[in-house]
Design a protein around this ligand. Structure first.
Ligand SMILES: Cc1cc2nc3c(=O)[nH]c(=O)nc-3n(C[C@H](O)[C@H](O)[C@H](O)COP(=O)(O)O)c2cc1C
Length: 263
């Protein structure tokens, strides 16, 4: 439901012009809404008089756009993208709840297909040691099970298991990260985009992440772990370890040339 404050509406038509569902028109000098949109909130964001609201959302969350203060400099942005690194060496320091909440806010504000906003974020910090131990305890059984479907992974996980059991500090899956964020999403791109925003925000907060394809694969493929996480039938799209880096990079890592077709 989109609500127009007719007292504030000046009938400029900007909301109607920007509505992807074409559910807004201007009639007799006022915006009029026909139900059935995806509640993308563009009408709220574009209105010059703040005359539009969507009661299903917490409208107190809506912030005014301050073009003067918050500019994103393209050079700085690309610099940040290039200097982001996967972190496999973390300081023994927890991330405060306040910082984690700010980091997750970047995930919350990500684009989602049909504006479903259906990602679920599972943050493990206090319970990460318990989850980690549970995953490792399940490893022999799940690696054995994988023998038929993914023999290469099965062998590798068995090797990792022996290594971790010999020295629990030598953990080739969790890298002693203090926290871990799982993203469950029906649409894998929704989960991936949220993860990228979360990673960028983590870096801005002085932290760093490692996408763990291994943990994601193990968790998604092993029912007891999925049950532990509480993601129900929703696929685990992503697992990211997160913490403060104990490593400082001095320069960018080299990359292949981009594969681009210009037409
Ligand atoms: C989807 C995805 C899954 C990954 N899974 C793992 C993993 O399981 N273990 C690991 O050590 N690194 C993993 N990585 C990190 C990549 O190896 C890393 O991004 C790549 O080597 C480039 O390094 P950079 O991220 O520092 O630029 C993963 C990265 C992505 C994007």
């Amino acid at each position: 439901m989109v609500v127009i404050d007719r007292g504030k509406c000046i009938g400029c038509g900007l909301c109607a012009a920007d509505c992807p569902a074409e559910k807004l028109t201007v009639t007799d000098g006022k915006a009029v809404y026909t139900p059935g949109c995806i509640q993308c909130g563009h009408c709220v964001a574009v209105c010059p008089r703040a005359a539009v609201s969507i009661p299903e959302y917490d409208m107190a969350d809506v912030e005014e756009y301050d073009r003067e203060t918050f500019t994103v400099d393209p050079e700085n942005f690309l610099h940040a993208v290039k200097f982001r690194r996967s972190i496999r060496n973390y300081r023994e320091e927890a991330i405060s709840r306040e910082v984690l909440e700010r980091i997750l806010e970047a995930g919350r504000y990500t684009a989602t297909a049909k504006n479903r906003q259906a990602c679920r974020f599972i943050v493990l910090q206090e319970e990460l040691p318990a989850f980690r131990e549970y995953l490792w305890s399940q490893m022999p059984e799940l690696a054995e099970e994988m023998k038929k479907t993914a023999p290469h992974y099965s062998m590798m996980f068995k090797f990792m298991y022996r290594r971790q059991r010999k020295d629990p500090k030598d953990d080739p899956l969790f890298f002693n990260a203090p926290a871990c964020i799982f993203i469950a999403a029906d649409n894998p791109l929704d989960g991936g985009l949220a993860a990228a925003n979360i990673e960028n925000m983590a870096v801005a907060e002085g932290a760093g992440v490692l996408y763990s394809g291994y943990i994601q694969r193990i968790t998604e493929g092993w029912k007891p772990l999925k049950e532990w996480l509480g993601t129900g039938d929703t696929p685990v799209a992503c697992c990211m370890l997160i913490g403060y880096p104990a490593v400082a990079y001095k320069r960018t890592a080299p990359r292949k040339k981009a594969d681009i077709i210009w037409r």
